[in-house]
Structures are given as structure tokens and as C-alpha cells.
Design a protein around this ligand. Structure first.
Ligand code: TYD
Ligand code: MG
Length: 457
């Protein structure tokens, strides 16, 4: 009797943890209600290895491995190279995640065009679009000089055979949620399919030395659909983010075995595809009002690059009993905390005020170095006194209202000086470290009180 019943197993949607029975909370990642049921694959089917197996593996001496093989291949797009840590490492797996429609296919097709033009052998495998649709997109992007092979296929066994016979240098899989591993049960996009399909691709990539870009759609919760385990399997994880209604896009590295993480690449979506934005500060500050209260420029370090941002605050009397606090781009808890510090240490009556804080341009930044600029923007709006539009402020604010040092002050100031800023409010300790910088006057401060006093001048 029991054997006629389908055997099922439960997977955690968040981390891929497996369990024989359903559980309310995952013991591994502590996510609630994350277990989904899935049919168990037939025992005879074997593992993912049978699809990908190519040759017997042989141990190699460390000293015999030549490093020149690891030379990176430039993707031809400087902003993408920056996030990858200098280019594509042969034999690596790169996951590109993002909301549907954000531009993942466009970015990868553009990278393919550049790499094909340089003589790389590429195959773009799509499970989402027909050859005609890809051709139409390619036409929008401009001329393709190199030889780019396209393939519409979702069956991994077939893909494995083609990769083994064609031996390309680089492959794009668009997207992992459409791929099917026939040896595993479950519909495409399910946890087990995504996991096993990635395992097959990993085998192919490592055994044949092919670099594989995998496109992964993101769920509403903000992780790549299917298990988080995907992130553990690949070498590099990039997220493509941005407001779909605004034209700029940010490519963020969150994991990189071959380079630094937290690098960002900035793009703008135009009629003819994605355009690189090599000076994001200028771009993010464009359209800034000159003499308005509640706006202060801050500087955040993203990876190795300083980026100037406009912090906007709007503080007004609340119309209801409970004040409303809202943030877009900055951490709301941090804003509440900063407002509590301003109320307690400076005696400002912010308790009955609504406050809206916005990082213009739609960037999302969690760096505490923005604290001082947020505090100054809130006070500037509260008092309705504009802050000098050529002033930069950065520094972390502590609970006693003290202003603490942050990393790389000199880089932040130089970026501002480059864009014509003339004043900078910064923690005293940072000012001592940087000494003097031409063209910019430094105002070292010990507490928010000192910084606020500068607004009134
Ligand atoms: P796409 O790359 O298909 O997104 P994803 O693969 O992440 O789902 O991006 C599609 C969007 O980009 C679509 O809304 C149209 C827009 N787009 C342009 O604005 N200009 C262009 O040249 C192209 C190719 C797309
Ligand atoms: Mg797509």
C-alpha cells in the first residue's frame, strides 16, 4: 500500500534545507512557513553527475596548475568588469539576479556582443524568448560584429551535449527558472529543479572550463527565486536593481570569489540598451534644488568608489495624533534613532512632527556615514533654513549626539571637490587624518550640535 503512495520531501524555500516532514520554522535559517512539499525523484535516476559527467577526474599538483589559464576575459563593459573584479574568470559561474524587466537579458546580450566582437566563442541559451524575439532585442542594441550563437532550449541534457561538442568559452543561461533537469521531478522553477539544474551547470562549467552566466529572477522577498543555496553554489552573485520607473540601474556584487564585493556598476536604460554611467555622483546630483531647505549632500563609499548623494528631508507638523515617519533609500530605524537624538540632545520638538527622508535618485544605502547629513537635512527642514548647496557632510552619529569617524574621509572629500563643492562638515578625527585639501574648507565637528550650528550661519 505504502509503495503506491508518492513519496514526498520538504524543502525550505529560503535556504534549501531538506526535511522528511513539514516544519513551521526552518531549523537552519529560522525562516517561518518556508517549507514546500516536493515529490522525491526516482531512486534509479542517479545524481546530477550522470548528465554532466565528461571524463574521470584526476588529482593535480598545485604547482602544475598554470595561472595564465585564470586570465580574466574583459566583458567589454567597464561597469560590469568593475563589479566582476576585472573581468570574467574562465570556468566561473556568475549569477545575475533581479526583478523581471529590470534589464538582465539586455545587459548580458550587450556583454555577449562585446565579447563576441573580441573573438570569444559564445552561446546565448534562452528558455524565455524565441530566436526572433532575441533578434529583435539585438537590433535595438545596434550592430553585432562577432559571431554570437543563439539557442532556445530548456532541457539540460540537450544543453550538456551541445556544450560538450561546441566547447564555447562563455555561455549565458536565461533563466535558471526555465531550465529542466529530466532526472528530477518538479516543475521548472521549483526548489529541487533550480538546485539540481544549477548543480549540472556547475559540473559542466568546472569540467569544460566554460564561464556561465546564469540569470535568476528575484522573488517578492528579494532573494533569487528558489533556494538561497544557489548563491552558495556559484562563484559570483550580482544583483541588478533600481526603480523600474526610473532609467538608472545599479549592478551590485554581493558575493565574489575572485574580487571584492559591494562594488557597484551604474547604468542607464536608454532606447538603444544600457549605457554606462561612469560618473554616478554627477548623475545622482543632477536636478538638485539650489536654495531649498531640507537638502544636504552626503557621500557614501560603495566598494572602492565614493558616490555623492542628495539627502532630502521634509519635516512638518503632524495632522494626526501619531506622527508619520517614512524613508525611501535610508534605514527607517536609523532615522527614528537620529530624530530621537536630535530631540533629546538638542531639545528640538520633533516628537509631534511627520518626517519623510529620501535619498534622491532611488539609491539604497545603509552606511552610518550618512547619519550626519540626514540629521542636518532634518533640522534644515524643521527650521526651514537652507544648507549651503556646495556643502558636503558625512559622519556617524552616536546616541549621545557625538559625531564619530568614518572610513576613507579623503576619498569622500576629493570626490566632492571634483564636483565643485567648497565646504565639508566632517568628524574631527577624520579632519585630523586628511589635513588640508585644496579648494575645500573643512569644518571639523565633535557633536551634532556643532554641525547644526553651521546651518544657521
Ligand atoms: P530585459 O532585459 O528584458 O529584462 P529582464 O531580462 O531582466 O527581465 O529588459 C526589458 C526592459 O528594458 C523592457 O522594459 C524594455 C527596456 N528596454 C529599453 O528601454 N531599451 C532597450 O534598448 C531594450 C533592449 C530594453
Ligand atoms: Mg529576460
Amino acid at each position: 500500500m505504502a509503495s503506491s503512495k508518492k513519496k514526498t520531501v520538504f524543502f525550505c524555500k529560503e535556504c534549501g534545507n531538506e526535511s522528511a516532514k513539514w516544519m513551521g520554522q526552518c531549523p537552519a535559517c529560522h525562516a517561518w512557513n518556508s517549507f514546500v512539499e516536493q515529490e522525491v525523484r526516482p531512486a534509479a535516476a542517479g545524481s546530477s553527475r550522470s548528465v554532466a559527467a565528461t571524463q574521470a577526474s584526476v588529482p593535480t599538483s598545485l604547482s602544475d596548475i598554470s595561472l595564465s589559464e585564470e586570465d580574466r576575459v574583459s566583458s567589454g563593459i567597464a561597469e560590469l568588469d568593475r563589479v566582476l573584479g576585472g573581468g570574467v574568470v574562465p570556468g566561473s559561474m556568475i549569477l545575475v539576479g533581479g526583478d523581471p524587466g529590470i534589464g538582465k537579458s539586455t545587459l548580458l546580450l550587450q556583454a555577449c556582443r562585446e565579447m563576441a566582437a573580441k573573438g570569444q566563442k559564445l552561446i546565448y541559451i534562452s528558455g524565455e524568448e524565441s530566436l526572433k524575439q532575441i533578434r529583435m532585442r539585438a537590433d535595438r542594441l545596434g550592430e553585432f560584429t562577432g559571431d554570437l550563437k543563439l539557442l532556445c532550449e530548456t532541457d539540460l541534457t540537450a544543453i550538456g551535449d551541445i556544450l560538450r561538442s561546441e566547447r564555447p568559452d562563455i555561455v549565458v543561461i536565461d533563466s535558471i527558472q526555465t531550465m529542466v533537469n529530466a532526472e528530477v521531478s518538479g516543475t521548472p522553477g521549483s526548489v529541487s529543479q533550480v538546485r539540481e539544474s544549477t548543480a549540472v551547470l556547475l559540473q559542466l562549467s568546472k569540467s569544460l572550463g566554460i564561464s556561465i552566466f546564469i540569470v535568476g529572477h528575484v522573488t517578492k522577498e528579494g532573494t533569487v527565486a528558489g533556494p538561497r543555496i544557489l548563491e552558495h553554489m556559484v562563484d559570483t552573485v550580482l544583483y541588478f536593481e533600481g526603480d523600474r520607473h526610473a532609467s538608472y540601474r545599479i549592478l551590485r556584487g554581493v558575493k565574489n570569489r575572485f574580487g571584492s564585493t559591494n562594488e557597484i556598476g551604474v547604468f542607464e536604460m536608454c532606447e538603444g540598451g544600457l549605457k554606462e554611467v561612469s560618473n554616478p555622483s554627477e548623475y545622482l546630483l543632477s536636478g538638485r534644488p539650489e536654495d531649498a531647505s531640507g537638502t544636504v549632500t552626503a557621500c557614501s563609499i560603495e566598494g572602492t568608489r565614493p558616490i555623492l548623494l542628495e539627502i532630502q528631508a521634509l519635516v512638518c507638523q503632524t495632522g494626526f495624533g501619531i506622527p508619520r515617519r517614512q524613508s525611501s533609500g535610508a534605514d527607517l530605524n536609523r532615522i527614528n534613532l537620529l530624530m530621537a537624538v536630535l530631540e533629546k540632545r538638542l531639545g528640538l520638538k520633533l516628537g509631534m512632527c511627520d518626517a519623510y527622508v529620501n535619498i534622491a535618485g532611488g539609491m539604497r544605502i545603509a552606511e552610518p556615514a550618512l547619519d550626519l547629513a540626514i540629521a542636518m537635512a532634518v533640522v534644515s527642514s524643521f527650521m526651514n533654513v537652507p544648507v549651503n548647496s556646495r556643502l558636503l557632510a558625512f559622519g556617524e552619529v552616536g546616541l549621545s549626539g557625538e559625531v564619530r569617524g568614518v572610513s576613507q574621509p579623503e576619498q569622500r572629500i576629493r570626490e566632492a571637490a571634483k564636483l565643485g563643492y567648497t565646504e565639508c562638515v566632517l568628524p574631527r578625527i577624520c579632519a585630523q587624518r586628511v589635513g588640508e585639501i585644496k579648494g575645500i574648507r573643512l569644518y571639523p565637528v565633535d557633536s551634532v550640535r556643532d554641525a547644526i550650528a553651521l546651518i544657521k550661519k
